[in-house]
Design a protein around this ligand. Sequence first.
Ligand code: V0V
Ligand code: CO
Length: 140
Amino acid sequence: MLLRIDHVGIACHNLSEKIEFYESVFGLTVVSREINEEQGVREAMLHVADGDQGASYVQLLEPLHPDTAVGKFLAKRGEGVHHVGYGVTDITKALEEISAKGVRLVDERPRHGSMGASIAFLHPKDIGGVLTELVETSRR
Ligand code: V0V
Ligand code: CO
């Protein structure tokens, strides 16, 4: 069901500073920078590698407001890994299958994600404390 790791989402206070850090330490390149109002984030995707099943990225996330998913996470835990995003072929089918196994879905239906992808989150409390995202890419 899971094709690859699409991205690792990392919460930070200052997106521009964190981008510079990843560029200078790892030599990564920003391939997309977006504001997603629905998710309450300003985010950047930095390309890591290409594989048979598609590319993988680091996603840096800065909250638009304190009262957002990432804002609350930063207040509680500070900067660090926020979620793991896995590539799937058919996100609607994957959500049905996962839900049938008793895992709580944060999103019953896919939402709008970075670079035109369809995304949906699974509840961290049902995945051993890891906020998990499914990603169906459009064209990457
Ligand atoms: C919260 N919790 C987490 C967590 N966030 N555990 C692991 N990883 C995280 N990232 C825990 C938290 O410590 C609490 O546990 C419990 O869940 C409830 O948290 P809360 O602070 O009361 O917050 P809630 O319940 O209001 O919201 C938690 C959920 C929320 C997961 C439902 O963060 C959410 O809807 N996330 C999905 C949307 C999202 O994260 N968007 C930003 C990325 P204790 O302390 O009670 O034990 S957008 C993105 O990735 C995009 C656009 C993309 O990839 O394209
Ligand atoms: Co993400």
